[in-house]
Design a binder for this molecule. Structure first.
Ligand code: GDP
Ligand code: GDP
Length: 468
């Protein structure tokens, strides 16, 4: 599971600066859910071999209204959901009563917490830091987020427990490889199997349960759909402290295909359908996306496509997940409204043309059955094994149909292609000057591959490697 790191501290200590620093490697995808999470920001970060989700909890001023209520309202949820808390203070401003109020709160939580003294550039760091020992935290890290000083060392420490887990798992794997233990495309590729064994491993993988995350903003109908999918039988699970914020994994089977539903709607925690669920959780949704094979994004036909829908979509795409879109509440709409919704989808979601769109009514069950076909198709596409010869042949056909343009008087030549990864499929294309190909030709190639390989439902990434 991908770790979650929360940045906590009073305003102006440098949380946003650190957030931007950490999420910079990819575009910082910021989910802004006004009214739900205030102005908290969520981003995916990569640092060396670590991947993690960062939350900027927004400014907490411990003194204004009492830290308990303020934090309880705004940031407590984020802290509860986080695996690690970075508590930022300002080395230049020195210790404030807000810092003390926040520290008191954090000490009462049993969360791995790192005290981070920021802005230590250009000052005598050790003497500036001395007074922060009063906060009673176990250790202290000195950084200058704006200069990227100390950030890597801090994150190495903060994320070490998660890296160790990974290593331990890898260690176990490496002793002896059993095909039945290889549960992801990455594992298979790493295992260096013979061609026949790899074939068998892929075949097995395609028969694995599909991990399906049903996501969407509040009220789009996720729980109604989850109930519909699970049938009328609902198993009630009582709220248990500490578990309420974790997604629940529900195994199910349909027409011989096994699935594991990752429930982000809290369906199994409601005692009945009419009971309010706890708040929608962005972090839970992001974790579900990371852990899923296929993401089913639910959109409400009765609302305009919002930035929130697009943020969630952005996270799924960024994670490289296969995607199916369900436009829900399609019942009882007149034709004019239906046409308007469809043209809005074309306009705003045109860029995810690989994803199948279904118009459904979770309430009445209309169209729900067909979702499975698209989910299966997306999963098969994302995990399909494609040989070098096939990828090269398709590349050649694309090139014969439509020559790449001249660049500075020279013809770009595509030479060969091979797979660089799966789920999402990565295709590496070699040739001369390929890095300088215009975007339009790159898109042409991508679409050519998509059509030839019949890859619906999954993003495809093409990487270009110039041989001169
Ligand atoms: P936030 O309110 O906690 O999110 O704080 P910001 O990230 O917005 O930073 C507040 C101010 O501190 C900005 O003017 C930043 O440029 C400045 N700042 C952030 N990090 C550093 C640092 O490492 N050194 C110095 N000197 N200034 C910093
Ligand atoms: P969630 O917050 O995404 O889990 O949304 P819910 O499943 O709780 O649904 C929110 C509201 O939309 C409820 O009042 C549902 O009855 C209603 N709803 C869900 N699906 C449909 C649908 O297909 N058609 C109509 N008309 N209403 C629906």
């Amino acid at each position: 599971m991908i770790p979650v790191v929360a940045l906590v501290g009073r305003p102006n200590v440098g949380k946003s600066t650190l957030f931007n620093r950490l999420t910079r490697t990819r575009d910082a995808l910021v989910a802004d859910f006004p009214g739900l999470t205030r102005d908290r920001k969520y981003g995916k970060a990569e640092l060396e071999e670590h991947e993690f989700i960062v939350i900027d909890t927004g400014g907490i001023d411990g003194t204004e209204e009492g830290v308990e209520t303020k934090m309880a309202e705004q940031s407590l949820a984020a802290i509860e959901e986080a695996d690690v808390v970075l508590f930022l203070v300002d080395g230049r401003a020195g210790l404030t009563s807000s810092d003390e109020a926040i520290a008191k709160h954090l000490r009462s939580r049993e969360k791995p917490t790192f005290l981070v003294v920021n802005k230590i550039d250009g000052i005598d760091a050790d003497s500036a830091c001395a007074e922060f020992w009063k906060l009673g935290m176990d250790g202290m890290y000195q950084i200058a987020a704006a200069q990227n000083r100390g950030v890597t060392a801090l994150m190495e420490r903060a994320l070490a427990p998660f890296a160790d887990n990974l290593k331990a798992a890898a260690q176990e794997d490496s002793d002896e490889v059993h095909i039945e233990d290889l549960t992801s495309v990455e594992d298979i590729e790493k295992a260096n199997l013979s061609e026949a064994d790899a074939e068998a491993a892929y075949k097995r993988l395609q028969e694995q349960p599909i991990k399906l995350a049903i996501i969407g903003r509040p009220n789009v109908g996720k729980s109604t759909l989850t109930n519909r999918i699970l049938g009328e039988e609902r198993v009630v699970v009582y709220d248990m402290p500490g578990t309420t914020r974790d997604s629940i994994y529900i195994p199910m089977e349909r027409e011989g295909q096994e699935y594991v539903l990752i429930d982000t709607a809290g369906i199994r925690r409601r005692k009945n359908m009419h009971e309010a669920v706890e708040k929608f959780s962005v972090i839970q949704t992001l974790k579900a996306v990371e852990d899923a094979n296929v993401v089913l994004l639910v959109i409400d036909a009765r609302e305009n496509i919002s930035d929130q829908d697009l943020s969630l979509l952005g996270f799924a795409l960024n994670a490289g997940r296969s995607l199916v879109i369900a436009v829900n509440k399609w019942d009882g709409l007149d034709n004019e409204v239906k046409e308007r919704v469809k043209s809005e989808l074309d306009r705003r979601l045109g860029f995810v043309d690989f994803a199948r769109i279904h118009f459904i009514s979770a309430l009445h069950g209309t169209g729900v059955g067909h979702l499975y076909e698209s989910v299966q198709e997306a999963y098969q596409s994302a995990t399909k094994r494609i040989s070098t010869s096939m990828l090269t042949r398709i590349m050649q056909m694309a090139q014969d149909d439509h020559q790449p343009p001249m660049i500075r008087g020279r013809r770009v030549k595509l030479k060969y292609a091979h797979a660089g990864g799966y789920n999402p499929p990565i295709i590496v294309v070699h040739g001369n000057l390929v890095n300088e190909l215009p975007g339009s030709y790159k898109r042409y190639l991508m679409n050519y591959y998509r059509k030839s390989l019949e890859m619906m439902g999954t993003p495809i990434r093409i990487q270009f490697q110039s041989s001169d």
